[in-house]
Every structure is written in C-alpha cells, then in structure tokens.
Ligand binder design. Structure first.
Ligand code: PPS
Length: 300
C-alpha cells in the first residue's frame, strides 16, 4: 500500500468517525477496549498469521508514553545503521495493519520496524518464539494520563470526554488498550530479560544523546558520535513537531502536543493526585519498573 492510499484510508476513517457516537468509537476485544476504526476485529484475526523474525526491531509502549518519538529515533538509527532509509509514512503499529498492510510487512526486507501498544501478553505468540529485541518506552502515569486526555479530545477516532470522567476511566482501565497498571505490571516481569530494553520518557528528556546511544547499541548498530548527535538533534520535540506535517500529515500537531515532563500539575486536583499516588503505591511501588519510573521525583 502506498503512502497516498494510506492517507486516503485515514481520511475516510476520520470522516466515518464524525458519524459515530462517542460510545461507538471503542469496542471490547478479549476484554480490552480498542478504537473501533483503527483496530477492528479483522485486524486481530489476521495478526494471528503474522510471522515474526529474529531480527525484527520491536517497539512497545502504552499509549502516550513516547511511541512516535521512538519511531522517529529508531527509523533514523536504522537508516544510519543499514544505509536504507524508511520513507514510509504508515505507522508501524501492528494492530493497525489489517490484511493488506500485513502482506506488505511480510514482504518487507529485514530488519523491519514493528510497534505495538498491545499488552505483552496479547502480542502474537510468534514474537515469543522468534524472540526479537524489544524497546519498551514508559512514562510516568500522571503525564501519560494528561497526554491521553488531550489526545482523546483532539483525535476524532477516539471518544471525547471531560477531564473528570477521563480521569475515572483511565484509573479503572476503561480506555483504549486497557489499564496502564496492568500494562506496566506485565512488562515489570521482563525487566531482567536481555532481549528487552526499558527506557523512560523522563530519562530521554533528560539526556536524549545517551538514550539514542543506548538504543542503537541495544539493537546492534555501532554508530559514530557524529551520527548519534545528528539523530539526537533531529529527534528533539521541536524538531519533530516542525517536521510533523510531513511525518504525520494533518494530525502532526495532535501527536506532537507539548512534549514536557510535569504537565500533570496543570490538570490534576489534589484529590486526583492523591488517588494516583495511592494507585501507584498499590500496583507498582517496590517493583523494578516502579523504581525506574522514579515516581516520587516526577509525580509528587
Ligand atoms: N521528540 C519528542 N520529545 C518529547 N516528547 C515527544 C516527542 N515526540 C512526541 N512526544 C510526546 O509524546 C506524547 C505522545 O506519545 P505517543 O507517541 O506514545 O502517543 S500515541 O499513543 O502513539 O498516539 C505527546 O506528549 P504530550 O505533548 O504530553 O501530549 C508528544 O508530544
């Protein structure tokens, strides 16, 4: 499928979304909510046929944790490391593929970039068998919630909600791709897996150069300092926002909103902040991933 066909298909989905009620925009598949237009049941059925490769470059993230940022970084690392530039504008998100795109992916040369928001337990089994390396990007739950709230209110394929009811939905896992906490707990089990690199949005904001270096080394690319610097410069929030009309079309400004750590302070009431603190303590405090998120520093 060409980029033009993809663009036309996206446009058609945005038009369809306009005619849908907010409730119709999400549906449940195997107990988890997904966007009806982006991840129809057909997509999950045909994902059963995807064939993983050992050298696939995988990216996993809960929504709004920095997926598109890392797609940009990984594409640049792969272009420098392999000499082949991936010009495709299609998001490498496996649950968006559907039968036609899946065929394109099956015919693509290695290494392929494949991403997902699916909880690791729901990633097709073939990836467990071939065991390719996976980059997992995480973000503190308060900023993730804020980013997700704005995204739902500016992306027509997702249901719009007022702040208080979005907060309640997020806390109970009633949002697309399910519970942040279930997702985090599932990856926490793989924190010591050498095939998995977990990196946080906050670490990347603090020192993107060392993040880019760590990611390239993890995937087996030995890039020069000049290459690392060039990738870092082109992957700053401002640089990616500026080129977002090219990379993400009309939705560019929606995907690249604010790009900051701590925006939660402009949204959470003291009671909501406390509720999130209690949920974090209950689910993630004392876990390896919980420690890595440095919750006290970023969220309290
Ligand atoms: N380069 C760069 N630097 C810093 N921050 C960045 C960058 N690129 C994207 N972003 C921010 O990431 C948030 C979107 O996350 P995702 O790409 O995971 O969203 S999605 O679920 O795939 O739609 C969203 O966060 P918010 O701005 O807080 O909403 C984006 O702005």
């Amino acid at each position: 499928m060409s980029d033009d066909m993809f663009k036309a298909r996206m446009q058609a989905r945005l038009e369809k979304a306009k005619a849908m009620t907010e409730e119709e925009k999400l549906y449940r598949f195997n107990g988890v909510l997904y966007p009806t237009l982006m991840c129809p049941e057909e997509n999950f059925k045909c994902l059963d046929n995807i064939k993983a490769r050992e050298d696939d470059i995988m990216l996993a993230a809960y929504p709004k944790c920095g997926f598109n940022w890392m797609v940009g970084v990984l594409k640049k690392i792969m272009a420098e490391g392999t000499g082949n530039k991936n010009e495709s504008k299609m998001p490498p998100m496996m649950e968006f593929f559907g039968p036609e795109l899946l065929k394109v992916v099956e015919g693509s040369p290695s290494p392929r970039l494949l991403g997902t928001h699916l909880c690791p337990d729901n990633i097709p089994k073939t990836f467990k068998e071939k065991n390719p390396k996976i980059l997992v990007v995480f973000r503190n739950p308060k900023d993730t919630l804020v980013s997700y709230f704005h995204f739902c209110n500016s992306n027509p394929v997702l249901p719009s909600k007022p702040w208080d009811s979005f907060f309640t939905d997020f806390m109970s896992g009633n949002v697309a791709w399910g519970s942040y906490f279930d997702y985090a707990l599932a990856w926490d089990k793989r924190m010591d897996d050498p095939q998995v690199l977990v990196i946080t949005y906050e670490e990347l904001k603090q020192d993107l150069t060392s993040g880019v270096r760590q990611i390239s080394t993890f995937f087996g690319f030995s890039l020069t300092d000049a290459q690392i610097q060039q990738i870092t410069g082109a992957s700053s929030f401002n640089a990616m926002k500026e080129s977002s009309a090219n990379s993400h079309g009309n939705m560019g400004q929606v995907f690249f909103r604010k790009g900051e750590v701590g925006d939660w302070k402009n949204h959470f009431t003291p009671e909501q902040s406390q509720e999130m603190d209690e949920a974090f303590n209950k689910h993630l405090a004392g876990t390896k991933l919980g420690d890595k998120l440095n919750y006290k520093y970023y969220c309290q």
